[in-house]
Design a protein around this ligand. Structure first.
Ligand code: 0RQ
Length: 498
């Protein structure tokens, strides 16, 4: 190989305080695995000597413990965007040790190219193969790697032996033109390929290659419970009803499914819904459930930015890679989540809410309005542009101390205008064509847990001072303030606001 082999420690020496870094990958797959561990160790060493050391990081989405986790524990992250989901980074973000700004995932690459997020001083890019002219086959998560590679002044390669010689032909690497010269993204079905199976890096920028040898270490999901199974069944009931009513074509439409336990349960629900024909996915993450659906013919094709699968499933995919190359394409996130393509294909968007309000606004990111959970991810890219947009969540959380249906969301990520359907374990609220009061009644009756229905009806009744969207502003966040005060929303006393 033309490029020098570096130890992770040698590569870490290239990182300096306040440098702007771009990392490959999307969720754990494709994210750096080796150099970031050495950067974390370097940060700890420098901090012990009283020296400042933090790096600024742009990724595709969340990463893994070897990346965000270790760097956060070492307090080595200065600025971070876009999505994250690591508990240790979450703590740093909520205490402002790390400055996090949340972005729609499809917009990160173009915002980098527009110069809105600064330069990329150095990139770490995981690859499965590399040639001396700088041509690489990237890993199982692409994210923003084409733009990061293009902008980076220097590049460190992590060559993953576990994936060596396996992935050529899986990817479709494409960078759109930017305004004022932007053209259409010519994807007309999820399986269309418009770019290249390889990424061409400038060999002059490649400082060296660090070897790695491990699968992605995606955290396994919580096993399905009665609540998540009910949510999955309700989403499928809705989709079957739409097909029978002729509002979804009988050949079906491509599906997007978000991250998390609820999204995973919905996908397992689709496996059993035999009324739904084999379907395609146009989505940003393919999880274990989809690989299962592909093997049994329920999912005929998947377009994604990442194979976010557990190690066992990843091993299976790599051993049967020829089958999966016919059924999968892994794209940059600005294409997998591209609003133009999502609207053209008529994608059915299914995402998860932390809480929804009775008027259909959605909070996906902030616990009790202030503490960042993960980020908006790609949920906004899909929700706003979908053929039909579905949000789901449990009706209650923490044994009923929290109602996930509240009078007013404590933070808003998706407004009522972008949300068609709300689903909980209790049922389905179809908000299409309803005014705010009609929506509120439907959501309370169909989606709220019985233990909260009366309280929510009381709130709606006491808010009859007129106006299109009736609220009692002083009481609109009373459920949340009650939870913060007593630890249980059920103790809320709406009477004091009358
Ligand atoms: O807390 O972990 O302490 O038990 O939140 O809740 O029910 O396990 O839900 O794993 O499906 O995640 C919205 C975070 C849901 C995720 C969110 C507590 C609850 C639990 C997790 P514990 P569940 P999930 C594109 C799609 C935004 C990005 C997105 C997400 C924990 O789906 O990040 O959609 N979405 N991307 O107890 C306080 C509430 C709560 C609450 C739940 N109302 N108040 N705590 N919890 N509701 C994909 C990509 O972009 C990669």
């Amino acid at each position: 190989m033309r490029f020098p082999i570096l130890t992770p420690e040698e590569a870490a020496e290239l990182f300096y305080n306040d440098c702007n870094c771009g990392f490959s990958g999307f969720t754990a797959p494709g994210a750096p695995k080796m150099v970031t561990q050495a950067i974390a160790a370097k940060a700890e060493r420098l901090h012990a000597q009283g020296e400042p050391f933090k790096i600024n990081i742009v990724t595709g989405a969340s990463t893994s413990d070897k990346c965000d986790g270790m760097l956060a524990r070492a307090n080595a992250i200065g600025r971070r965007t876009p999505y994250q989901n690591h508990p240790d980074l979450r703590k740093r973000i909520n205490s402002h040790d790390a400055h996090y700004f949340d972005l729609h995932l499809s917009e990160t690459a173009q915002k980098l190219r527009y110069g809105f997020i600064g330069d990329i001083d150095i990139a770490i890019i995981e690859v499965s193969d590399i040639q001396d002219d700088g041509t690489v086959v990237v890993g199982t998560g692409v994210g923003n790697v084409p733009t990061i590679a293009m902008m980076a002044k220097r590049i460190i390669i992590e060559l993953n032996e576990k994936l060596r010689h396996a992935l050529y032909g899986l990817h479709d690497i494409y960078i759109p033109l930017d305004p004022p010269c932007r053209r259409e993204i010519p994807i007309f079905k999820p399986s269309d390929r418009i770019g290249s199976p390889v990424l061409k890096l400038d060999p002059e920028k490649i400082v060296g290659v660090v070897m790695s040898d491990s699968y992605e270490g995606v955290r396994p999901f919580t096993p399905l419970d009665d609540t998540t199974k009910m949510i999955g069944a309700n989403v499928c009931r809705f989709l079957i009803g739409e097909m029978k009513a002729g509002r979804i074509p009988s050949s079906f439409l491509p599906i997007q499914s978000g991250v998390g336990n609820v999204a995973n349960a919905v996908l397992y629900g689709l496996a059993d819904a035999k009324e739904i024909p084999p379907f395609q996915m146009y989505t940003e993450v393919i999880q274990d459930a989809v690989i299962e659906l592909m093997k049994n013919g329920r999912c005929s094709f998947g377009s994604t930015s990442s194979l976010t699968v557990s190690n066992e499933v990843e091993e299976e995919v790599i051993s049967n890679i020829d089958f999966f190359k016919e059924h999968l394409v892994v794209r940059p996130v600005e294409i997998s989540n591209n609003p133009e393509v999502i609207r053209r294909l008529g994608v059915i968007a299914m995402n998860t809410a932390l809480e929804a309000d009775i008027f259909g606004n959605i909070n996906s990111t902030h616990v009790t309005g202030t503490k960042m959970m993960n980020g908006i991810g790609g949920s906004g890219d899909f929700t706003r542009n979908a053929y039909v947009s579905i949000f789901s969540c449990p009706s209650i959380t923490k044994e009923g101390k929290i109602s996930n249906i509240v009078p007013m969301v404590s933070h808003v990520d998706h407004t009522e205008h972008s949300v068609d359907i709300l689903v909980t374990d209790q049922g389905i609220a179809d908000m299409r064509g309803l005014d705010p009061v009609q929506r509120a009644e439907t959501i309370i009756n169909n989606c709220a847990h019985p233990m909260y229905r009366e309280l929510l009806h009381d709130y709606l009744r006491m808010s009859t001072r007129g106006g299109q969207t009736p609220h009692t502003l002083e009481a609109s966040l009373a459920f949340h303030t009650e939870f913060l005060a007593s630890g249980d929303m059920r103790n809320v006393n709406l009477g004091k606001y009358l």
